[in-house]
Ligand binder design. Structure first.
Ligand SMILES: [Ca+2]
Ligand SMILES: [Ca+2]
Length: 722
């Protein structure tokens, strides 16, 4: 990045040499330096009646300036406008502080002696409290509980004052969940402690995305948003055939890199990163190749956020996009994509809901099954699996995405298209936060409808992981995409301590819950390796040399392909389904490898042959009819024909014996539009050992009699030389 953004020095004028009107009227007549681009302010809000300090707590024992209070009080009084401390006006804003002409006791009393910046004596006897971004990095807010001052009667007080650098940040439970956040929910729901990205320690170490540009492929980006514009790439948003004003891309962008410490709204995970929007490149998907080409050309871009996915369970291969994705990975561009929100979409297969499993398989685009993609699921604010979040063996991890209040969860608060006419926050909405009428302590918190508090989905979880990736890359720009994947996955946490859930049907697992692999990592198709922990991942990156898994991922993985047809045995005797096979793939080969070496697995892809299965989800057709007659050819039918690969389950077993369900029974798959074989990817084996002489087993189960099920199939193992 050529022109690193200058550390933002956000000025907070909070002390004024004033005449200290004893009546305690308006706290100031001379506000903070005017915003160069003023936003419409809330309707003139009557400054709330000054409230008496609710907790005057006269405490003469407090260590103050050491000066004689009575002497100081005799001098000019100074007004502290603690509206600025909050970053917003609050009731009871007037505090009188006796003169600071001596030793600035005030700054000493803000924790750690000015950790957030410095107080200086400015012109006109004004004291200027300056936040610089570096000093702000570790907290949204801090209770500076030792701020002391004298009242008009020269009585010494101490008062707790919160320092909020982004007024809505305390509601950003996805970044810090203390168990008390509300996100302005009217339902009384709070987040659960620790269901967050755990990013503050990384910030405190100085890593917040500086020097990294994140591409956002989405529907819109509000280039003029007051909380985004300073973090937009100078290269500009690229737009193609999209006039969407839904606000989706603005919300996503804000979660990645909304500006921090600017006294506006929210902040992003990587609030010092830059954003570059690619608007209108998703539909049709073929547009993506132009976006990828430009992303490859823009050498500042190191992360690509993809909060999109198609609900149609079909596959259409794209060798062009596949190649471009390969190139991006090799050049160090981290690709983060949503697992999608179709968990509850049964595609007509009623058995799924009744068994608490999903009938949707989130492996429909090249991006979903690319080995370098970081596929992200979502957790609700209580740490549970979000009701919509797709499960799949291709997930790498999860992040907070919220859920609906009917699922006892908060949504995520983020930016919206500016103004009360566009986006999700509009005058026309009934929710008071969205329509701008919400007040707290007499303050309109969203008067300009520039923020929304109901953003939910893997669309919300994904940008949080993109932000986390940018944080890691700002820690060490030399990281490979494989190291970023590993650092995030290897440090992810189980998001809740709920009892492990599994589901069985007809003698087989259709959902396994958490499974420990032989490298010691726990994986679940619903959570990947768990909830992303940004600070732990940043620590991992810092210590990469001392972690063998991290160290070997400085290179590109070797792609091993089984070099002979599988040997399949009938195992249907062990299950209650019509058929069961175990097909073993051996004799792995790669372009260049050492047969005597041991490798560290990244992931495994199973390519199902073009023949093998037929099924249907048409409820008017019985199972016997599906299964009747058949060589079970792989269907290439349309959705309307309701032909689908539903009645087959496919598991893969690593050389270490770890099993993972790649295609659950009943997960619907309508075939591929272009007749290409189904490809399934599993991340469950990350870090396990692999030798070219090892074997990988694929299990197939079906309610229909399968015939020669893996004909033409193959297995690919990607692994790093140890
Ligand atoms: Ca902000
Ligand atoms: Ca709006």
């Amino acid at each position: 990045m050529k022109s690193a953004k200058i550390a933002r020095a956000v000025m907070l004028v909070l002390l004024f040499g004033s005449l200290a009107a004893c009546g305690g009227g308006s706290s100031h007549d001379n506000g903070p330096a005017p915003d160069p681009d003023p936003q419409p302010q809330p309707e003139p809000q009557p400054d709330p009646d000054p409230q008496p300090d609710p907790d005057p707590d006269p405490n003469p024992d407090d260590d103050n300036s050491g000066a004689d209070p009575s002497l100081e009080c005799a001098g000019t009084q100074v007004t502290v406008d603690d509206t600025a401390l909050y970053g917003r006006k609050v009731a009871g804003a007037d505090i009188l502080i006796g003169p600071f002409s001596v030793s600035l006791p005030f700054v000493k009393k803000i924790r750690d002696g000015g950790r957030f910046g410095a107080v200086t004596l400015g012109a006109d006897n004004r004291y200027v409290y300056t936040f610089d971004a570096a000093g702000l990095t570790d907290e949204f807010s801090e209770t500076a509980d030792d701020i002391t001052y004298y009242d008009r009667e020269c009585v010494l007080h101490s008062r707790k004052v919160l320092l909020y650098s982004d007024p809505l940040a305390p509601e950003m439970w996805h970044l810090r969940s203390t168990g008390t956040e509300t996100a302005y929910s009217d339902s009384g729901i709070v987040s659960s402690r620790g269901t967050d990205l755990n990013v503050r320690r990384a910030w405190a170490s100085g890593f917040s995305g500086r020097g990294i540009t994140v591409a956002v492929i989405d529907e819109d980006v509000d280039d003029n948003h007051r909380d985004l514009k300073d973090n937009l790439s100078e290269k500009g948003t690229l737009r193609r055939s999209s006039n969407s004003t839904s606000g989706h891309g603005t919300a996503v962008s804000s979660l990645i890199a909304a500006v921090a410490g600017n006294q506006e709204g929210v902040r992003g995970v990587a609030y010092n990163a830059k954003l570059r929007g690619f608007v209108g490149y998703i539909n049709p998907l073929s547009n993506l190749q132009d976006a990828y080409t430009e992303i490859a050309r823009d050498e500042d871009i190191r992360v690509v956020n993809n909060s999109w996915g198609l609900g149609e369970p079909t596959f259409q291969s794209s060798p062009v996009r596949r190649q471009l994705l390969d190139d991006l990975a090799e050049s160090g561009v981290v690709f983060v994509k949503a697992s999608s929100n179709y968990f509850a979409n049964n595609h007509g297969v009623s058995i799924c809901a009744s068994r608490g499993i999903s009938c949707h398989l989130p492996m429909n685009e090249e991006e979903d099954i690319h080995p370098a993609s970081i596929i992200t699921g979502a957790v609700a604010s209580d740490g549970s699996h979000a009701s919509y979040s797709d499960e799949g063996s291709n997930l790498l991890l999860t992040a907070p995405g919220g859920d609906y209040s009917s699922h006892n969860s908060l949504s995520v608060i983020t930016a919206d298209m500016s103004g009360c006419y566009l986006g999700a926050a509009r005058s026309a909405e009934t929710s008071s936060f969205l329509n701008g009428s919400y007040q707290r302590d007499g303050e309109y918190l969203n008067a300009s409808c520039d923020y929304r508090n109901e953003f939910t989905g893997t669309s919300a979880a994904t940008p949080l992981v993109s932000g986390a990736a940018a944080v890691l890359l700002s820690r060490d720009p030399s990281l490979t995409v494989w190291q970023v994947r590993y650092a995030l996955a290897g440090t992810a946490r189980k998001p809740s301590d709920r009892p492990e859930v599994t589901a069985r049907y007809q003698g087989i697992y259709v959902y396994q819950g958490w499974v420990d692999n032989s490298a010691g990592f726990s994986f679940s198709n619903r959570y990947g390796f768990g909830l992303a922990d940004t600070s732990a991942a940043a620590d991992k990156v810092a210590d990469c040399k001392n972690d063998p898994h991290c160290r070997v991922r400085a290179q590109e993985p070797v792609e091993f392909i089984a070099n002979e047809d599988p040997v399949c045995e009938d195992i249907s005797g062990g299950v209650m389904l019509s058929s069961g096979y175990r097909c073993v793939f051996r004799n792995f080969r790669a372009n260049s490898y050492d047969s005597s070496k041991t490798y560290d697995i990244e992931n495994i892809t199973v390519n199902i042959g073009a023949t093998g299965f037929k099924s249907s989800v048409d409820s008017s057709v019985s199972v016997a009819e599906f299964c009747d007659g058949a060589s079970f050819e792989f269907q290439t039918g349309s959705l309307n024909n309701k032909k689908a690969l539903a009645e087959v389950q496919i598991d893969v077993e690593s050389p270490s014996g770890t099993r993972n369900i790649m295609k659950p029974l009943y997960a619907t798959y309508f075939g591929s539009k272009d007749g290409t074989p189904l490809r399934l990817l599993s991340n469950a084996f990350m870090g396990e050992d692999f030798r070219p002489s090892d074997s990988v087993a694929v299990y197939l189960y079906s309610t229909c009699p399968l015939m020669n099920p893996m004909a033409g199939g193959s297995v690919t193992v990607r692994a790093f030389e140890k």
